[in-house]
Design a protein around this ligand. Structure first.
Ligand SMILES: NC(=O)c1ccc[n+]([C@@H]2O[C@H](COP(=O)([O-])OP(=O)(O)OC[C@H]3O[C@@H](n4cnc5c(N)ncnc54)[C@H](O)[C@@H]3O)[C@@H](O)[C@H]2O)c1
Length: 287
């Protein structure tokens, strides 16, 4: 495997392109507009620069990685790719349209970074369900060392093995998850974040005390309300709804306070307000 295609140059796509290029792969990175792809390359340059400043990589490594990334706005441009990773907007119709427009060599592997859409269903919309898996990265990709590999019903053993080898070469630890809503990490993590919001709404504790409780009492590196703000409350709500709809199990119902915050446009850190107010130099708890 030498050439990796990445479709979608947003938050996740730029991180995936970054780690693949740093591991020595040639990378083709696409988005709908060249300006977005160029913005992603600027982000990658900045993040590689941070690695140089921290002595994690050399300037020569950073320059070489950046030089290995080619930008395009044409998803038909992946004819050289050995593996293409789709990291476009979380919308099934968008992803299926992308797969229909690809022009891959017969042996190429295809993966999706989807957080919530069925891998088997997406695979069925491609011309290569046996060479297709979920490859679920975590944000920020250059720093988070985990990747979940999610085989669909038709995925071959050879494809699984190739995905494990790729994950290893880009320095990630892979775990394998069944094609089940939210896979492993989000299935366990998101209900915990949702429960913290239930606890807040029920008046069990303040924002500060709930976060402190899990940090000091469960040794978590950050509290669940802080983490929910980082994930994005709109994203958390949509994951809880996917789990509730897919399983029909009421244990996954979203906390009413989570729904209210999203209705208010309080999406967490990215919107400037969630369980903390991020408008000042330090986050301030809001309840
Ligand atoms: N944000 C996270 O923490 C996270 C974590 C794991 C997985 N994911 C998944 O990764 C995927 C991308 O998420 P994101 O947060 O990077 O989203 P994002 O909105 O930051 O980026 C998506 C990019 O895809 C581009 N795009 C849309 N249609 C396209 C097309 N036809 N061709 C090429 N590019 C196209 C958009 O212009 C945008 O730049 C989603 O499936 C999401 O569920 C996100």
């Amino acid at each position: 495997m030498q050439t990796i295609g990445v479709i979608g140059a947003g938050l996740m796509g730029n991180g995936i392109a970054h780690v693949a290029a740093l591991a020595g792969y040639d990378v083709i990175l696409s988005d709908v507009e060249m300006a977005r792809a160029e913005a992603a390359r600027a982000t990658i340059a900045k993040n590689l620069g941070r690695g140089v400043a921290k002595d994690v990589i050399t300037q020569a490594d950073a320059d070489a990685a950046l030089g290995r990334i080619r930008l395009t706005t044409d998803n038909g441009d992946f004819a050289d790719a050995d593996l293409v990773i789709e990291a476009a907007t979380e919308n099934e119709a968008v992803k299926k349209t992308i797969f229909a427009g690809l022009n891959l060599k017969p042996a190429a592997l295809l993966a999706t970074n989807t957080s919530s859409i069925s891998i088997t269903r997406l695979a069925a919309a491609t011309d290569r369900p046996d060479r297709f898996t979920g490859l679920h990265f975590f944000n920020p990709v250059p720093l988070m060392t985990l990747v979940e590999i999610i085989p669909g019903l038709a995925t071959s053993d050879a494809t699984k093995a190739a995905m494990h080898a790729f994950a290893g070469r880009i320095g990630k630890t892979a775990i394998e998850a069944a094609d089940s809503p939210a896979f492993i990490v989000n299935r366990i993590l998101c209900p915990m974040l949702n429960e913290a919001i239930f606890a807040l709404g029920d008046g069990v504790g303040s924002v500060v005390d709930i976060d402190m409780g899990l940090k000091l009492g469960a040794n978590h590196p950050m509290g669940p309300l802080t983490l929910a703000d980082f994930v994005g409350l709109d994203t958390l709500l949509s994951i809880m709804r996917v789990m509730q709809e897919a399983t029909g199990d009421p244990k996954y119902r979203p906390a009413p306070l989570l729904v209210k915050y999203v209705e208010a446009g309080w999406y967490g850190k990215k919107s400037g307000r969630g369980f903390y107010d991020y408008s000042g130099s330090e986050p301030v708890p809001t309840r």
